[in-house]
Design a protein around this ligand. Sequence first.
Ligand code: SF4
Length: 412
Amino acid sequence: MKDDNSQANGGEPPSNHRLQSLKEFHSAGRGFWRDVPDADWNNWHWQLKNRITTPEQLQRLMPTLTPEEFAGAKLANHKLALAITPYFFNLIDLMDEHCPIRQQVIPRIEETHTASWEMSDPCGEDSHSPVPGLVHRYPDRVLFLVTDRCAAYCRYCTRSRLVSNATGYDFHPEFDKQIAYIAQHPEIRDVLLSGGDPLLLSDEKLEQLLGRLRAIKHVEFLRIGSRIPTFLPQRITPELCAMLKKFHPLFLSIHSNHPRELTTEVRDALGRLADAGIPLGNQSVLLKHVNDDVTVMKAHVQKLLMCRVKPYYIYQCDLISGSAHLRASVRRGIEIMTQLRGHTTGYAVPQYVIDAPGGGGKVPINPDYVLSHNPDRVVLRNYEGKIFEYPEAADGTPLSSPPKEIEEPQMV
Ligand code: SF4
């Protein structure tokens, strides 16, 4: 997207005007569903029942559907199902082939193009799964997969081998076995519920599951990973929030990639969760033509804070099969991080990570701020590119001389 003309906004720098405009909150509106009664539109079951799931529906609703998208939609059910809630569909700019919302949920034929280094299980989850639906990758925590269904399907999904069952993975979590494993492993202090989307379970089923996990003495901390707040904010009912608050400490990681996803509906839903005392974090995936842009990313992280959500991770897009057209480069990711750190509130700065291909776990990726480190000193670069020295004795004895700037300021 091009910067706006500064003359059109009273001489304000173009990038600032664009930033402010991306941070405005808007409702998704009703679009094609303007005649649907409020009671239906605001009902999450209605939204799920009325999802767009076929190429023909897409064709009818999107006069600008391209041949690549139509072909992708026709093949989607062999790889990762097509499903978009009416609410989220309304965020698509139908006139813009490169709309960042469109890129995330409308299949393309490029999804069938796979390279030899791409994988169906890029994070090596299946090889770290002691019982079906449980991934024990890190020493003190587990990933508990509760379902293979999502409210809508992200075209870059790391778990596309499993979610939506388009590939015939036939995922059947066995809660009894998963819970028994956790109970038998006292080193597990943190359980992350994910899937698929855990918030697609009914309140009753989710309450039962959280209750069983809470009853295990060594489980200190529960987390839920969910894209429901952005795909289906109608699901975040007062009843759901009242139920979730019984299980503190319970954290929720949402998934949002672009500031336009943060609508007034989403802000209200997140407010209900925050009012229930649930700490909220966001996980984004760095995606080409979606959020691989400093202004977009800055607007997104600042807007997340306005929604009471701490930006938690930016993931480098995993090497999932058929995702090359959506992957931005690591170089781009580092450039974006360089433009966030120090240039905006520290709370707004997420950690950029690569999930090491094949199952190595998350590796933090940072711009180089430590230029050298020897027995006498650490040489540092700050966000403006200025160089500083921090004196440090080899044996850890504090030195008396204060840190000093050692070179002329230099922009990096
Ligand atoms: S919501 Fe999560 S699990 Fe579901 S398709 Fe998107 S990335 Fe995959």
